[in-house]
Design a protein around this ligand. Sequence first.
Ligand SMILES: [Zn+2]
Length: 199
Amino acid sequence: MNTLTDTAVPQLSIQLPAWLTRMQLADHTVYTSIESRMKLAIQLASNNIVHGTGGPFGAAIFDMYNHQLIAVGVNVVVASCCSMAHAEMTAISMAQQQRGHFDLAAGDQHLELVSSCEPCAMCFGALAWSGIKHLTCAARDSDARAIGFDEGPKLHDWQQALEQRGISVQTDVCRHDAIKVLQHYASSGGAIYNAGKNQ
Ligand SMILES: [Zn+2]
């Protein structure tokens, strides 16, 4: 993040890990099955641990018509000094930057957000403002809480709330694989970076 100086225009930027540049985002791979799309999101989460670049969460955005990859995101909260930098938020932001529009439903697009974990309270809210049409997630909120992450004050009926806004939801896809990544992060001493609880 840039700091404010007398001469610079205030600017906000979040940098994703350098290892992501080695991923081919425009390779025209068709991720036909939901499992193949989720495996990519979970692999991103796992890679983020291996490279020590952030928390154990990954997300990817796909075109629902042709199943091609649009954008990826990982959690970079600590490295970017930004509590908003969750995997879902960085993936959504990357897609919006790439499309040059804040509304990912613009132009009759139908995009799917595939996340290695259920959205927290913040990402739940961001989804409703993003234009994303479908959410698929793997680990449950309770799986993230089980290793110490604060998921925030979510609505009890969060899925229904998204559905009412025209965002369909599918849960528990490859959940066991995502839980293994979360548990690996915890057992290897990964930082649990909840705001207000760090010294
Ligand atoms: Zn989140």
